[in-house]
Structures are given as structure tokens and as C-alpha cells.
Design a binder for this molecule. Structure first.
Ligand code: GLN
Length: 349
């Protein structure tokens, strides 16, 4: 072997040795206080058994498709920041992401415009009103309220750049896919069902136009928003989307930085303010985790630095949040010491 070849091999080995462990470290950034897998498994099983028979709540019916979904479907998925996956129940059923999409369009808008511009053009104040409230648009000084109520979400969608509606929509869908770590698809029947009945959202968009708080053609923006709400996810995919937020914007399965690290705290703060609409205050009180619900029956909650839990169960309470999903997440979060406001969540005895 020539001396140059030997030297080159040596250099490659040294460089590889330097890169591999640091990549591995960056991607297995599991918090030192994350609970052990056996403990998580046992707690998830307990929650599943305890709440499986719960009959509280009722499927959303203002979107006709959602009223037809089997109300007994029930799935739980946890994905950790080091990509451990734990699932139980109906975790392969693809349901519509609905309002949970708002979180990821917010992330994309921040990617494009930066957080200051998004804060200025949308805001982050809780409305204390229903997610589709018209009075909130009139009364809130910003009119848009925040990116997680319908008005603010439609305005956030209107911020996404593109030469036409199709380009914007394809960009949104591709972005969700990167956050989930696999391509996602529109559930066409959900889209058609909502598009045929979404007069309330069109009214919100026109009202925003009156206040100059929507940034593209209002009805196009509602249409793209309706599509983003009709994207299908299963509980595992949703948990992975949440885990990407828990992991500083790096998808734990693909290792790709898909959301800017510096944007994550803004997103999680917004979820704390408004993720469960007008019951976000009660949720923060009882659970203490940023979360987002959708009227399709999904909720995802984020334990920053540890992972995310997604639960799917269609029947909703009055505010539009899945009854079983809230109970499961509250139970699991409490048992695993996830509450962000508790100093013991970071290991303090
Ligand atoms: N697409 C639904 C709507 O606009 C989303 C609402 C929700 O999930 N809360 O009404």
C-alpha cells in the first residue's frame, strides 16, 4: 500500500470516528429524566384499560363525514426523542388531522417569515371563546387572535407563499410529511364533506378581510385550510409529528431538522395558550403540557426533550376536544411526571 493511501484511510477513519458519535448523540437526545420503557409501557396499558369503556362525549357532526366515524376507535402512540415507539389499540386507522394541522402550518409560516412577523400578523392571545367564534374576531384587538383558532389559522395559512393555491397546498402537505417522517395524504371524502359545509369559516375569512388581517385571497385561503384539516394521520404518525417538536425540530426517525430549533418554543407556547381552545386553561392546570386537539378525535401532547403522546378517540366534549384522549394523556402525563410546570419533571427531588 502506498503511503498516501494509508494516510487517506487513516484520515477517513479519524473523521468517521469524530462524526459518528456526535451524530448519534445529537439524534438520541433522550432526556436523562425520561422514564424507562417498561414503566411507560405499563402506564399506557393501564390508561388504555381504564378509559377504553368510557362513553363520554359525541363525535363532531357539523362536518358530516366525522359523524360516521366509529366512535369506539381508540389508539395511543408514544414516540420518544430517541425514536422509541410504543403503540396500543387502533393505531393504524387514518383519521383527519383537523385543527392539529394548525400547529404545523404555523411552523411553516415561521420558517418562511420568521417568528416576529408571524406574531405581528397573527398574534398569540387566547380568545377564551369557541374555536370558530365570530365575536372573538370582532372583539380581539388583533382580530386574528392566535394561530390555533380557526380565524387565526386561516390567516396563518394565507401567509404561506406560492404562485397559486395548488403550489401553496402542495408545499403545506410536503412539509407535514417531513414532520411526520413519511408522506401524508388528503382524505378526499373528509375534504369534500367539509368543503360543502364550511360557510362559517368563509364568514370568518371575510370578516378578517374587513380588518385587513388575511394575507391572500380569503376563499382560496379557506380552501387550502380545509384541505390541510383533511390530511389523514394515524396515531403513530401524529405522535412522530409531536416528537419532532419535542426533539427541537429534528424528526427522531429521519434525523432531519424540519422545524427550526429556535421556532419550537414559540410553537409550544402557542399550544399552551390555545391548543385546547377555551379549555386550554383547565388543561394547563391539570396536565401542564403543550398540546393540540382536532375535531377528528386526535390530541397530541408534547413533553419537551422527552417525546410526544398522541391519542385518537372520536367522541368530543363541548369545547371540541376528544374526551378519552384528554383522560389518557392526563393519566399518563401524571404517572410519568411530565408536567412542565413541576420542577420534578426535570429531576428535582
Ligand atoms: N376543520 C375544522 C374546522 O375548521 C377544524 C376545527 C377543529 O379541529 N377544531 O372547523
Amino acid at each position: 500500500m502506498s503511503r498516501t493511501l494509508v494516510r487517506n484511510i487513516f484520515v477517513v477513519v479519524i473523521v468517521a470516528a469524530a462524526i459518528v458519535p456526535s451524530r448519534a448523540l445529537a439524534q438520541t437526545s433522550l432526556s436523562p429524566v425520561a422514564p424507562r420503557r417498561e414503566v411507560v409501557e405499563a402506564v399506557v396499558r393501564e390508561a388504555y384499560d381504564k378509559f377504553r369503556g368510557d362513553t363520554g362525549g359525541k363525535n363532531a357532526d357539523y362536518i358530516p363525514y366525522l359523524a360516521q366515524v366509529d366512535s369506539k376507535l381508540f389508539g395511543i402512540a408514544i414516540v420518544t426523542t430517541d425514536n422509541q415507539v410504543l403503540t396500543l389499540g387502533d393505531v393504524n386507522y387514518s383519521f383527519s388531522i383537523q385543527s392539529i394541522s394548525k400547529v404545523f402550518t404555523l411552523a411553516l409560516a415561521m420558517e418562511e417569515l420568521g417568528p416576529d412577523k408571524v406574531f405581528q400578523q397573527i398574534g398569540s392571545e387566547p380568545t377564551g371563546r369557541a374555536f370558530n367564534s365570530v365575536p372573538a374576531v370582532v372583539d380581539m384587538p388583533t382580530h386574528t387572535g392566535n394561530p390555533l383558532v380557526n380565524a387565526g389559522a386561516i390567516a396563518t395559512t394565507s401567509l404561506i407563499s406560492g404562485k397559486d393555491a395548488d403550489e401553496k397546498w402542495n408545499k403545506i402537505l410536503a412539509f407535514y410529511g417531513k414532520v411526520a417522517g413519511e408522506q401524508l395524504k388528503l382524505i378526499d371524502d373528509v375534504y369534500k364533506s367539509e368543503a360543502a359545509t364550511n360557510t362559517g369559516n368563509k364568514a370568518l375569512a371575510m370578516l378578517l378581510a374587513k380588518y385587513d388581517r388575511i394575507y391572500s385571497e380569503p376563499f382560496d385561503s379557506v380552501d387550502i385550510y380545509t384541505k390541510q384539516c383533511s390530511v389523514g394521520v394515524n396515531a403513530s404518525q401524529l405522535a412522530r409529528m409531536g416528537a419532532t417538536l419535542a426533539n427541537n425540530g429534528v424528526n427522531p426517525a429521519t434525523g432531519e431538522q424540519v422545524i427550526k430549533r429556535e421556532d419550537v418554543p414559540y410553537i409550544l407556547a402557542t399550544m399552551t395558550m390555545a391548543g385546547l381552545y377555551d379549555s386550554s386553561g383547565g388543561w394547563a392546570w391539570h396536565v401542564g403540557l403543550p398540546a393540540k386537539s382536532g375535531v377528528g378525535g386526535g390530541i397530541v401532547a408534547i413533553a419537551p426533550g422527552k417525546g410526544a403522546i398522541a391519542v385518537f378517540a372520536p367522541p368530543l366534549d363541548e369545547a371540541g376536544n376528544s374526551v378519552k384522549a384528554q383522560k389518557v394523556i392526563e393519566y399518563v402525563a401524571q404517572k410519568l411526571n411530565y408536567n412542565l410546570y413541576s420542577p420534578s419533571s426535570v429531576g428535582l427531588k
